[in-house]
Design a protein around this ligand. Structure first.
Ligand SMILES: [Zn+2]
Ligand SMILES: [Zn+2]
Length: 146
């Protein structure tokens, strides 16, 4: 049984890649990103605003993430896969970039955080492929400034 403390109040499931905001509330990263797209950079529970460079700059709460994974590894990995798939299918990354454009100054820093995490999840993925994707997206971001 999963403790209700380990459930995301947006998807009502056990946390997957949880992110803890400065107000103390925790959500799955994917759920939070969707919330940011629909609403604003605020908490989905208490609505308090918070300061971050960019939605991509959110750091996963590693302890909570590992607790959830060890509680029900099968369920966790399945949810992780589903979320990654949905994120890709819905073009969430691109939509977020449109709503919250990255400042060129913090661009590479935020991107390295974001992609380091993706590499951690998909270690089987070809690194070159990933670098290429990163490069293409950087070009996309910088286009308006060139
Ligand atoms: Zn969730
Ligand atoms: Zn909150």
């Amino acid at each position: 049984m999963v403790s209700s403390e380990l459930k995301c109040s947006l998807c009502l499931q056990m946390f997957v890649k949880p992110v803890t905001l400065s107000c103390g509330h925790t959500f799955c990263k994917y759920c939070l990103l969707q919330f940011f797209l629909r609403r604003s950079l605020s908490c989905g529970l208490c609505s308090s605003e918070f300061v971050t460079k960019h939605p991509f700059d959110l750091k996963v709460n590693v302890v909570v993430n590992n607790v959830c994974r060890s509680l029900n590894t099968k369920m966790f990995l399945k949810a992780l896969k589903t979320q990654a798939k949905e994120m890709k299918a819905s073009n969430l990354e691109q939509k977020l970039l449109k709503k919250y454009p990255l400042h060129p100054d913090s661009c590479s820093e935020v991107y390295s955080t974001w992609y380091r995490e993706q590499i951690g999840d998909q270690s089987q993925m070809n690194r070159l492929q990933l670098l290429y994707a990163k490069f293409m997206q950087l070009i996309e971001i910088l286009r308006p400034y060139v």
